[in-house]
Design a protein around this ligand. Structure first.
Ligand SMILES: Cc1cc2nc3c(=O)[nH]c(=O)nc-3n(C[C@H](O)[C@H](O)[C@H](O)COP(=O)(O)OP(=O)(O)OC[C@H]3O[C@@H](n4cnc5c(N)ncnc54)[C@H](O)[C@@H]3O)c2cc1C
Length: 370
């Protein structure tokens, strides 16, 4: 049986980016995913403030360039000038896969990991799949998304994790292609809605909520949003294909390591709380994890793994804590249309740059820029 340096459970956003980095560092990596096809997703587009170059991605991953975000409550609209992207999730993953060095990385699909085994000292020695097959390695990575198959077992995230859930339709778009919309307040069913324009007069319209009680009713609520006159002017539903999924909304976590197990991505709730943006934050975390793993393997010393947590805290902790507080306030305001109108009106007093820092979860830039 091959002995791998690193066994990664999950070939999604976090797992693939980490595998790309580790294979470049010439570590022998095994990626295991329960899916048969790594390029099939439950939803296909993403809004992102990602810097493509920073992560070695080309502009081909962009489904639509955006220059304006319109925040829309019941009676108030605020347009904010900002460059960002609607990304084609499949293209992003194609490019990451192309960047993986196959001399060092092996991908196995259709492997559903169920267990992790330890030796007498409590170090992890193998993950075990649905057919009881074992995969051994020096280090293990959980990148299994909201499933958190290993992060839950070792107690880094609660077994029952609170989730925000979203549903989406791909619809005809009648609006301006460089403007995306965020729909907030009770009139939009008390959660948050979004319209992401795509090319060819298409767009994604979605609705998501943090409220577990209304998750079962999400599709009906999105249908109600589609009936609103201001929305009918923008989009036209012409098919019934529903997309969607869930993101974790735990309190902010800061522990991602347990012995020789490293966790990255949604399995340890690294999606930013304020707008649910995962890609930018998870890519950065995966790069930090890859550097720490590289040092641990080169020095044969697990203590180097701690650099990942330290780097993450320095870069993200204060931002995430502020985003979490903003998320809680947002949840409260969104139950009341008048209050949300008022908050949006007040927000017009603040410059676009400040609004973007909040929306992109980059509060830290405020202090750096002072
Ligand atoms: C509806 C919706 C809209 C979103 N919109 C945005 C957005 O606009 N912008 C943005 O940046 N982010 C967005 N996100 C968040 C973003 O998609 C996630 O944060 C990100 O994809 C998480 O990456 P991950 O690698 O942690 O998990 P995933 O990408 O989910 O990958 C996990 C992988 O692990 C595999 N796996 C799971 N369990 C096992 C197991 N037991 N054994 C083997 N393999 C396993 C899965 O098959 C999967 O391939 C959205 C999420 C949702 C659900």
């Amino acid at each position: 049986m091959d002995k791998f340096d690193v066994v990664i459970v999950g070939g999604g956003t976090a797992g693939l980016l980490l595998a790309r980095e580790l294979s470049k560092q010439k570590h022998k990596v095994l990626i295991l995913d329960r899916k048969k096809n790594l390029l099939e997703f439950s939803f296909n587009t993403l809004g992102s403030f990602l810097n493509l170059e920073q992560f070695g991605l080309s502009h081909n991953v962009v489904a639509q360039d955006i220059d304006t975000i319109v925040l829309h409550s019941k009676r108030v609209k605020r347009s904010i000038k900002s460059d960002l992207y609607i990304l084609d999730k499949k293209q992003v993953h194609v490019e990451i896969l192309e960047g993986i060095d196959n001399n060092y990385a092996t991908i196995k699909t259709g492997i559903n990991i169920k267990e992790i085994q330890t030796d007498v000292k409590g170090n992890f020695i193998a993950v075990v799949d649905q057919k009881n097959e074992k995969y051994t390695g020096k280090l293990f990575v959980d990148a299994s998304g909201t499933n958190g198959i290993l992060s839950k077992k070792v107690g880094l995230i609660p077994k029952k994790t609170q989730l925000a859930t979203g549903v989406e339709y791909n619809v005809r778009y009648l609006g301006n292609h460089s403007k995306m919309y965020l729909l907030i307040g009770k009139v939009y069913q008390g959660g948050y809605g979004w319209i992401f324009p795509l090319k060819n007069q298409r767009a994604i319209i979605g609705f998501g909520t943090f409220d577990e009680k209304i998750v079962k009713d999400l599709k009906n609520r999105l249908h109600k949003i589609l009936e609103l006159p201001q929305i009918k002017k923008l989009v036209l539903k012409d098919n019934d294909k529903v997309e969607g999924g869930s993101i974790p909304i735990t309190p902010v976590l800061e522990k991602f390591i347990c012995n020789n197990l490293v966790c990255v991505g949604d399995c340890v709730s690294q999606v930013n709380p304020i707008v649910g943006e995962g890609y930018k934050f998870i890519f950065e975390a995966a790069i930090m994890a890859s550097k720490a793993i590289d040092s641990a393997l080169k020095n044969d010393n697990l203590d180097f793994l701690k650099n990942y947590e330290t780097d993450w805290k320095n870069r993200f902790l204060a931002n995430y804590q502020r985003s979490k507080r903003a998320q809680e306030r947002f949840f409260k305001y969104s139950q009341n249309s008048l209050l949300m109108d008022y908050v949006l009106l007040i927000s017009k007093l603040y410059p676009d740059a400040r609004a973007i820092r909040s929306l992109s979860g980059e509060y830290g830039l405020e202090t750096h820029n002072k």
